[in-house]
Design a binder for this molecule. Structure first.
Ligand SMILES: *Cc1c(COP(=O)(O)O)cnc(C)c1O
Length: 206
């Protein structure tokens, strides 16, 4: 991770990691963490608190949005107008504006969340009318690949959706979140400015 350009945000993906492990990462310089489950984040939040920026990177269920709006500073995985509206409503109640990314299912996989690449811009247009949600870009996971190079086409598809969004909405569309432990170098080559790293920071998951 030492070679990561300074302009790229390093997000530590902390699912399944203990508060102690996360505190150690923070001591080593981590400033942004990503959690996949609201429940798990709720358990860690009282101890970790606002010393880091909290990003939600999992699949958000409607009944968890209220809590998510209390804990998280950023939601990277919005993939429906229904969820965006609920975030708008719950953040409105708190007087908060939530920065969000639209998650794109760049591999068009049936078992993955995210919108199809061609649906990202129509969803962005609807989301842009919401007052308490600030659309700032796109995120993708991409398919599991054994050779990291094989993920490049999916990052390109995501980058192109990002660029079309930026053409339409302007400079507020800032973030392209893609790349994990095995693929972050390729993601950065393809324009990512948020990379989400779990195993590369904390070691293998059990
Ligand atoms: C777990 C996870 C990551 C990090 O994966 P690693 O392979 O451990 O780096 C990134 N993004 C999301 C959405 C994740 O769930």
């Amino acid at each position: 991770m030492r070679e990561l350009p300074e302009s790229v945000i390093l997000l530590a993906a902390t699912k399944g990691r203990s508060v102690d492990e996360i505190m150690e990462a923070i001591a080593a310089g981590i400033r942004v963490i990503g959690e996949n489950y609201v429940q798990e984040a709720m358990q860690k939040y009282p101890e970790i608190g606002k010393r880091v920026e909290w990003h939600f990177i999992g699949h958000l269920q409607r009944n968890k949005v209220k809590k998510a709006c209390e804990i998280f500073d950023f939601i990277e995985s919005v993939d429906s107008l229904k969820i965006a509206r609920e975030i708008d409503k719950r953040c409105g109640e708190r007087g908060k504006v939530m920065p969000i990314l639209i998650e794109i299912n760049s591999g068009r996989e049936a078992n993955k969340h995210g919108v199809m690449p061609e649906d990202a811009l129509p969803l962005a247009r609807e989301i842009s009318t919401l007052e308490n949600v600030k659309l700032m870009g796109v995120m993708t996971m991409g398919p599991a690949v054994s050779n990291p190079e094989d993920i490049r086409p999916f990052f390109r598809i995501t980058k192109s959706a990002f660029e079309r969004m930026r053409d339409e909405f302007g400079e507020e569309i800032k973030y392209l979140s893609m790349g994990m432990t095995d693929t972050w170098r390729i993601a950065v080559e393809e324009g990512a400015n948020i990379v989400r790293i779990g195993r590369g920071i904390f070691g293998p998951r059990d």
